[in-house]
Ligand binder design. Sequence first.
Ligand SMILES: Cc1ncc(C[n+]2csc(CCOP(=O)(O)OP(=O)(O)O)c2C)c(N)n1
Ligand SMILES: [Mg+2]
Length: 439
Amino acid sequence: MIDVQINEVPLKEHSPSMDNCLDEQKLLYDMLLSREIDNRSALVTRQGRAWFHVSAAGHEGLAVLPQLMEKNDVLVPYYRDRALVLARGMSTVEMARELMGKATSHSAGRTMSNHFCDKENNIFSVVSLTGTQCIPAAGAAWASALDNKNGLVVCGVGDAATRQGEFYEAVSFAVERRLPVVFVVSDNKLGISTSTAAMAPYRLGIFNECLIRRVDARKPETVFPVAQEVFNKARFERTPCILVCRMDRLDSHSNSDSHKLYRSQDELEALQDPIENYVAYLKEKGTLNDQDLAEQKESIKSDVAEIFERVYHEEEPDPESVSTYLCNRQGAPVVHVEMEAEETQVKAVNQVLDEALSSIRMCCYLARILRILKGVFLVSPVAYLPAILIALLMPPFLKPRLLAHLLGCPLVAGVRLLNCNLSTLLGWASTSYSHNLAL
Ligand SMILES: Cc1ncc(C[n+]2csc(CCOP(=O)(O)OP(=O)(O)O)c2C)c(N)n1
Ligand SMILES: [Mg+2]
């Protein structure tokens, strides 16, 4: 690993006068807005104007956290962090664009919905592979520590994803280097339909307790003081933290499943809504009444409906531009495949691979070798033996690369020979697929 030393110039010291107070009205607004965008997104998806939607209902309590962030801090969210991202500054218009995959969206219609991103507000793009966002988050925190400007990184992650290696890796690096990062775990006790009650590492005692703080995000106002303490320690003392936020996922995992099939009636009835809890808290304090609340909800509802309708009529990505942005190296090969709208994704991937194998010289060369070795995907280990023997007889400086190619899976080897990577190739496939669906 490259060893870059953190600049030892002393950090700015924390003083209580720097602390913000909770803006209760902003928190209420951000939570209501997030819920309304979810309602509208579900509707738009049922209408066939969008294809996939992941609801953040029940996770809105995290909207409190951006109130503790500075302009230059970085937010690395995950797909259920809608309220967090909205409160940080991403707009309703941008949310509608990314849901409907418009050409005007941050990815020009390339990403799946719920892949929030907003460069202006330092919101890193959601990564599809759960948990893997923790690695760039630790990297951003390392960069921030090297800059020595008290910048903080807030990284959202689901509870099930904390069982992944990337989470442990990022936490270990953050602790080793004393990085200004807080891993905000959305602990809804579910990974799709699987309970994490007996699985989450922080429930199994895997981490030192001094690394962990626990809050109940079903009562958002109680999150603020604890998060303030944790953020200050990360920012001013470089003490990373895992902030475990208990909450309930009020909806199904996504629009493609029904939680009624895997949650009991008792469980469903016991779910707590952070908005209802927060409204009750404000009413009890006397800072909100029914009429104000109804007016606010109505105004948010009509704003969101108007924005979604307007965005629906915005430009679609041009199918001709399908390969734009996919390859960042000049001259990298591009594969065009025409597909029927109703084809499956597996078929799309296979068709792109077939096309690549037949049209790109290096792929073609590889396919021939593999054919000799008995088929592209069903190569038995015995079939590798001649190739391994040849590799062993080669001069030492050529061996590691060649062995890596021969011992790796044939597909990866082929893609490496092409000097591009597997995700680029799969990206070709899935993007051509989604473009055809969009037509
Ligand atoms: C590496 C990886 N494995 C599996 C998936 C499929 N997947 C998508 S969401 C999800 C559940 C994640 O649960 P959790 O982290 O608790 O977040 P939640 O959905 O509950 O908010 C899974 C398994 C994926 N996207 N990436
Ligand atoms: Mg979960």
